[in-house]
Design a protein around this ligand. Structure first.
Ligand code: BES
Ligand code: ZN
Ligand code: ZN
Length: 505
């Protein structure tokens, strides 16, 4: 799907569908509000638009649409009315949903060329740029389909060839820049989705390493280094090696670098468990069904890197990925075994299903001792407990820095992702201490698991380096179709991180 932007008089449009927006004054209001332009079209069409919306009892809430045949009154065959929700409560997130539902309905109605008429008569709390950006990103995310392994029905899948956004003023360089940025960011999201959606026997640690190498190939400011098992032994990464002992598939530690000579470096660290069986603390079958997604943190880091060369933030970025399978093979680490992380701390592994924190211990130690970044952010599908706390759509954010937490929350808002600030409760640290080693990999008791996991990670950070941990266990994978993402990987984290990086420089 190509997306263009133009300012052209309506009479010259040759699209098959014209997309127009509608909204309402308040949540309980029955009155549908329209743009001036829609009212003009309605008059041209003899009142058919407003009349159909009324007859169909169209509710202009987010996610709702209404299709109207124009019977030759205007060049477009159809008008698709798309709900934006409540006036002045329209946000980046709701606009992305409206964009996504637009793409889905265009596909449903087998539209080939669509025009979207965009005029902001509906909100004074959001900028023109944000509106354009959000709609375009939403359209691209809503248009996403993962068909790599489909052989049946593929020929009948409809492709919307082009969407043209018509704006009321002459298109400027700033409009074009916003459009390009939204396209690059949504490409990165869809790149991450593809990686998560591929089967786990394909997306092995070596596959992630190859993907990283492909991303940097031919790019001047980017490089990639891949460390295999012997390197991990040499680097004393006992955490990754311990978890990898149950599989024959080689673990990899992957380092990506984007260097623009800036004075600040941000490290992005991803959990890359390419399949999580739980190890000897085996998961039940139903809990294992979606565990190919346990590399979604790593996939988000790769997604971000896939867009750095085009988006060009003015800050250096280092990506670190700890990747292995977590399998219950004959040599697998056993509950009660002790491993030593790269920073020398010993970890008693009491539950082999709490493997993410163990592999991240090495990546965080590496970041602190080798990269010495100005900021470090890890992304991990770390705990079921975070899903219990926040549900399937919200990321848990933990941080040792108020300032970093606030900027990430701001980026979340600006990029349409849902993030909630969670506490690192000092007194819970004791739960990790009752162990034959320096620390054990699970908390005592059954409560607050997302917090004890974050506190475990904190042991491998440096209090002088601002660090944030994003537990994306819930939103990384949609277990049912959502408006902005079909079943599968969602690419969560990518929009937030790219927004954060672009604001740094
Ligand atoms: N990968 C899982 C966490 C997870 C669960 C992600 C569900 C997405 C959906 C992680 O490795 C895990 O199994 N964590 C355990 C920790 C427990 C054993 C302390 C959990 O959350 O149950
Ligand atoms: Zn696990
Ligand atoms: Zn896991």
């Amino acid at each position: 799907m190509t997306i263009t932007i133009s300012h052209k008089p309506f009479s010259t449009t040759a699209s098959d569908t014209l997309v127009l927006f509608a909204w309402k004054k308040a949540a309980d209001s029955k009155e549908i509000l329209y743009s001036k332009f829609l009212k003009e079209i309605d008059t041209t069409c003899g009142g058919i638009v407003t009349r159909t919306a009324e007859i169909e009892r169209f509710d202009p809430s987010v996610g709702k649409t209404c299709s109207i045949q124009t019977h030759g009154k205007i060049p477009s065959r159809n008008i698709l009315l798309v709900g934006l929700g409540v006036q002045n409560e329209i946000t980046v997130a709701t606009l992305q949903k409206s964009g996504a539902v637009t793409a889905r309905r265009l596909k449903h109605y087998k539209s080939v060329h669509a025009d979207v008429y965009l005029e902001n008569d509906f909100s004074n709390s959001i900028t023109e740029d944000e509106i354009l950006h959000s709609l375009v990103a939403g359209i691209r995310m809503g248009n996403y389909q993962f068909t790599n392994h489909k052989t049946v029905g593929i020929e009948t899948l409809h492709i919307v060839a082009s969407v043209n956004i018509i704006i009321s003023e002459k298109e400027s360089d700033s409009h074009k820049h916003t459009l390009d940025t939204a396209i690059h960011i949504s490409n990165a999201v869809n790149f991450t989705r593809d990686l998560v959606n591929e089967p786990p026997s394909l997306t092995t640690p070596s596959y992630l390493a190859k993907t990283a190498q492909d991303i940097v190939k031919g790019k001047q400011n980017m490089s990639c280094e891949v460390f295999g098992k012997d390197d991990l032994v040499r680097m004393k990464m006992g955490g990754i090696l311990g978890i990898a002992s149950g599989t024959d598939v080689e673990p990899k530690f992957i380092k990506l670098e984007y260097n623009v000579g800036a004075d600040k470096t941000i490290a992005l660290i991803g959990k890359g468990i390419t399949f999580d069986t739980g190890g000897l603390s085996l998961k039940p079958a139903s809990a294992m069904e979606t565990m190919k997604m346990d590399m979604a943190g790593a996939a988000a880091v790769l997604g971000v890197f896939s867009a750095l060369d085009t988006l060009r933030p003015r800050v250096n970025v280092v990506g670190l990925i700890s990747s292995t399978e977590n399998m219950p093979g004959p040599n697998a680490v056993k509950p009660g075994d002790v491993v030593t992380a790269m920073n020398g701390k010993t970890i008693e592994i009491l539950n082999t299903d709490a493997e993410g924190r163990v592999v991240l211990a090495d990546a965080l130690s590496y970041a602190v001792s080798v990269i010495k970044p100005d900021v470090m952010i890890d992304l991990a599908t770390l705990t079921g407990a975070c899903i219990v706390a926040l549900g399937e759509e919200v990321t848990g954010l933990f941080s040792n820095s108020k300032e970093l937490a606030e900027s990430l929350l701001e980026s979340a808002k600006q990029s349409g992702e849902s993030v909630w600030h969670m506490p690192l409760v000092e007194t819970y640290k004791d739960q990790l201490k009752r162990s034959v080693a320096d620390i054990k990999n699970i908390g005592a008791g059954k409560w607050g698991g997302a917090i004890t996991a974050a506190l475990f990670l904190q042991e491998f950070t440096d209090p002088t380096i601002p660090w944030a941990h994003l537990d994306i266990a819930g939103p990384a994978f949609a277990e049912k179709d959502m408006i902005t993402s079909p079943y599968g990987g969602t690419g969560h984290g990518v929009r937030l991180l790219l927004n954060y990086l672009l604001k740094r420089g």
